[in-house]
Design a protein around this ligand. Structure first.
Ligand code: ASP
Length: 597
């Protein structure tokens, strides 16, 4: 700041309008504006400035004949200077109307103009195109957020959350905040730990979700709880993951799964109505987990297009094709995708796909093309008449179609085919933009066996209630049990999910036992929950929805970072502040912590 004397913490005048809100009907009005200089054009004599605030742009005209002082001050204005302008709104002359701009019918003839605060040249233009690399955008996030696209995204996020809060409030849900400094709740990820200075050697865990706390609120008689909850999971970051994220977390007493699903549907519908003015029609279709895997290879199918997986195992029973016969003899499966004649792959593309499958997944691809009467392709000649007929029927093959076939363990090849299906869908543009295909995936398994950890794990979390029809299998065949759990999927993205919970102390201990916690360990870790269940805990259930993912879908962006004000990079770093950073030796000493790097 150059001149202490001239510095005032207050603007020279109060604004009377936002730039982007002015219209032809405002002609004749005196306005006081405050905003950033988008562009300045000096047209010998006249200076034109596009002034920007969050609402949009308006053209200022600085004419020395109206005000020499304003014109002189305007000559010094540069991009991103914060300036104040006062003047009269006038209609633009016929040839100068700008149809592209909502304010394009008018301009402001400036009488007073002041530079409030100059700007260093911005590292990237503050416009709508993605002109800068993401690390630069994140380093100068406060400038990136000035861009109209980011303004729109964060405002849409606000609208969505406001609509959801209003909806839940009207439905009797009470917002309760739960602690951030707490104890680890298992949601399957690593915890972020916070040392306790007053209890040296002890740590809080940042919540991976408020799961147990919301269950305790049900025991506490709140009946219906929700929270826009911040959650923390120390996972290796994939493209669309952040170490901290927000969930719309809710829980209710005595629900059936359908009741929770209806609330969730209403909530998502409210967000779409508020942000886009469109009506989504619940109830959404339901698909059992096993069916989703069988037909789409994945538990969050994108239903905007077909290309479903076809199980050809039975069709090729007794095949004359040795490769298939050997695999089938070992109890493996054959799945295929029928690529219709309208979307052919070239020989080169098929060879590339074969190579990728081999190199990346150790799987072989066999493909045949249905010619007039005959099948073509490297494996066609090995396939007998009868098996062709059966396969053609299962895969509904018609002339010109290509059948892609992969053999192996179903568990391994279905996810691979799911990826192939998605990339073919993208390649051929099969998903119509703007189309919204919601569904619930239900009947998840309760447990899975982790080969890596060599133990039983919860598919959802350990507090999920088993399907009542499967309770008898808890001792004998836990892996066959279904959970009362449900996930909402939109266009292949999981938006959220939840379950009915266990409210019986004995059943909870039993489930924890299957998961490898003996009674003592279970009581040690979850004693407070287990004890609470002994005090007349009502049946309860709920769900949680990822705010960031929902907003991504609402904003039509494919990056989570586009709907977060201050996200972290893939390395969990904030390039703007430099977090995480080293701390003083004194701080570490107080916490009784030694860095052993
Ligand atoms: N706590 C679960 C999660 O964060 C959701 C739920 O079961 O309500 O995924």
């Amino acid at each position: 700041m150059a001149d202490q004397e001239a510095y005032s913490p207050l603007p020279p005048w109060q604004r009377t309008a936002y730039c982007g809100t002015l219209r032809a009907t405002d002609a004749g009005r005196e306005v006081a504006l405050l905003g950033w200089v988008q562009t300045r054009r000096d047209h010998g004599g006249l200076i034109f400035i596009d002034l920007r605030d969050h609402a949009g742009l308006i053209q200022l005209v600085l004419n020395p004949e109206t005000s020499a002082a304003a014109h002189d001050a305007g000559a010094d204005a540069r991009s991103e200077y914060f300036v104040a302008a006062r003047g009269k709104v006038v209609l633009r002359s016929e040839g100068t109307v700008n149809q592209e701009l909502p304010t394009g019918q008018i301009e402001v003839m400036v009488a007073d103009f002041e530079i409030v605060n100059p700007s260093a040249p911005p590292p990237f233009p503050i416009g709508d195109g993605d002109t800068a690399a993401e690390d630069i955008r994140l380093k100068y996030r406060y400038l990136d957020l000035r861009r109209p696209a980011m303004q729109r995204n964060l405002r849409a996020r606000h609208q969505a959350l406001k609509a959801i809060r209003d909806f839940l409030d009207a439905d009797g849900f009470v917002e309760v905040e739960t602690p951030i400094l707490w104890k680890s709740t298992p949601e399957g990820a690593r915890d972020y730990l916070v040392p306790s200075r007053v209890n040296p050697g002890r740590f809080y865990a940042l919540p991976q979700s408020p799961q147990l706390l919301k269950q305790l609120l049900m025991v506490a008689g709140f009946d219906r709880y929700y929270q826009i909850a911040r959650c923390f999971r120390d996972e290796d970051l994939r493209a669309n993951r952040q170490p901290e994220f927000s969930q719309i977390d809710l829980e209710m007493t005595c629900p059936r799964p359908d009741d929770v699903m209806a609330v969730a549907e209403g909530m998502v519908a409210a967000a779409y109505r508020r942000v886009h003015g469109i009506e989504i029609k619940p109830p959404f279709m339901k698909m059992p987990y096993a069916e989703a895997l069988e037909r789409f290879g994945i538990d969050r199918p994108d239903l905007r297009f077909g290309l479903e997986l076809k199980n050809l195992t039975a069709a090729f029973a007794g095949t004359s094709f040795k490769v298939f016969a050997d695999l089938l003899a070992r109890g493996q499966s054959i799945y295929g995708i029928n690529l219709p004649a309208a979307h052919p792959l070239s020989r080169r593309e098929l060879d590339e796909m074969t190579e990728t499958l081999r190199a990346r997944h150790g799987l072989g691809l066999a493909w045949v093309k249905v010619g007039d009467g005959a099948w073509q392709g490297p494996s066609a000649k090995y396939l007998g008449e009868a098996e062709r007929a059966r396969a053609a029927e299962v895969a509904q093959l018609q002339t010109g179609d290509t059948l892609l076939m992969v053999a192996g363990e179903a568990r391994r090849l279905r996810p691979v085919l799911a990826d192939i299906r998605l990339s073919l869908g993208a390649k051929f543009g099969l998903a119509r933009s703007g189309e919204l295909k919601f569904l619930w995936v239900v009947d998840f398994p309760l447990f899975e066996y982790s080969e890596e950890d060599r133990r039983m794990m919860s598919v959802n979390h350990p507090f999920t209630a088993p399907h009542p029809e499967d309770l008898g299998a808890l001792d004998s065949a836990p892996l066959s049990m279904r959970a009362l759990a449900y996930d909402m999927v939109l266009n292949g993205e999981e938006l959220g999910g939840g379950s009915i919970r266990i409210h019986s102390r004995e059943l909870q201990l039993k489930v924890l036992e299957v998961l490898g916690f003996n009674r003592e360990e279970a009581l040690d870790r979850f004693g407070f929950l287990i004890e609470a269940l002994t005090y007349g805990a009502p049946p309860h259930g709920g769900c949680a929805f990822g705010v960031d993912r929902l907003c991504m879908m609402l904003c039509g962006t494919d990056s989570l970072r586009d709907v977060l004000a201050f996200p972290k990079t893939g390395k969990a770093v904030d390039p703007m502040s430099g977090a995480p950073s080293e701390v003083d030796a004194r701080q570490l000493k107080e916490l009784a912590i030694k860095v052993t790097l």
